[in-house]
Design a protein around this ligand. Structure first.
Ligand code: GZL
Length: 327
């Protein structure tokens, strides 16, 4: 009798594993599904910058290559649209939800709904400030504080011998977004070592080129003696270049510029000497996100925090890297 029960138990378990969660919901609790039956819902921030476009392209290409269905939504940088998209994925009972939170706060309610529905959530690129880290399986993305520190270190070295105050304008990313908060924090921490380095104005350009141009036009009027602009992304730095040139000044010379991202247009401006230094923030998260989804499907536990590898570029390094740059 025991043998029969044993056989029945094994075949039951195998049956469960083979069928997986045919009706959607958490793959992890119902055994692995064939990859071509997996469905992932991705709620993207928007298309605000070259970085975001490259990030979207890479994620879509990675899921295409893996043969995993990806439902995709663009929130036009509005949190309510991302929340709507996540709720829609819950309704559709996708197997995994992934998203890049446009801002850090306001996610607990919808993430608890995903948890109640048994759907694992993966954060990509940006973080949430929730105290309850059971609301997401893993956070894949850069260390933005370190990116700010790298930018600050270049400024500290560049003006090490300055005997006069150095006036800095900071172009902030989207208000409340993790990269904006953390890049400002890391930068301020490092430059505080030299009291001559002073952020005389700091305003959000919302990570867009137009925003960077508009804010720089205004701030140049109120800070005509500015020495350096620190922009939280290349796109705002490229907008600042337009404003500096419109004011009859030479970007990279009259006013130095430091940015974050290292997308192609930013790297070209660096190679041309209009930007002076770029801290890389890699948008190529697709392959790692696919790996996390596969681990969840196989009932494994991905690392809670996966930090992307990235570097920095001087003008010479940009000239060398440009020909083979992926984004
Ligand atoms: C950083 C990412 C930021 C980029 C910007 O990981 O969230 O958002 O730095 C993008 O270019 O808009």
């Amino acid at each position: 009798m025991k043998k029969l029960i044993g056989i029945a138990a094994v075949s039951g378990a195998m049956l469960l594993a083979l069928t997986g969660c045919a009706s959607g919901g958490s793959a992890a609790s119902e055994g692995p599904k064939p990859l071509d039956e997996l469905v992932v819902g991705f709620a993207q921030v928007g298309a605000e910058s070259g970085w975001r476009t490259a990030n979207t392209k890479d994620i879509q290409a990675s899921f295409e290559e893996a043969g995993i269905e990806l439902k995709f939504s663009d929130a036009q940088q509005k949190q309510e649209n991302q929340i709507k998209a996540i709720r829609s994925y819950i309704q559709q009972q996708v197997d995994v939800i992934a998203f890049s939170p446009v801002v850090e706060t306001g996610w607990d309610a919808v993430l608890n709904e995903a948890k109640a529905a048994g759907i694992p959530v993966v954060l990509t690129d940006r973080a949430v400030d929730s105290q309850d880290d059971s609301l997401y399986v893993s956070f894949l993305g850069s260390d933005f504080v370190e990116e700010g520190e790298k930018a600050g270190q270049w400024v500290l070295d560049e003006y090490a011998d300055a005997s006069e105050p150095v006036q800095i304008i900071q172009l902030e990313g989207t208000t409340g977004a993790a990269p904006a908060i953390d890049r400002a924090e890391g930068f301020a921490e490092v430059i505080s070592a030299n009291p001559n380095l002073e952020v005389v104005a700091s305003q959000t350009g919302d990570f867009t080129r137009a925003g960077g141009k508009q804010v720089t036009e205004a701030l140049l009027k109120s800070n005509p003696d500015v020495d350096l602009i620190y922009a939280h992304n290349d796109d705002m730095g490229l907008g600042a270049i337009e404003a500096i040139e419109a004011a009859g000044l030479e970007p990279g010379v009259d006013i130095k510029i430091v940015t974050v991202d290292a997308v192609k247009d930013g790297m070209q401006a660096l190679a041309d000497g209009k930007i002076n230094f770029i801290v890389e923030c890699s948008p190529l998260l697709g392959a790692q996100l696919v790996d996390i989804v596969k681990q969840i499907n196989d009932g494994e536990t991905p690392e809670k925090r996966i930090i992307t590898e990235e570097t920095t570029f001087t003008q010479e390094e940009a000239i060398e890297a440009l020909p083979t740059r992926q984004y």
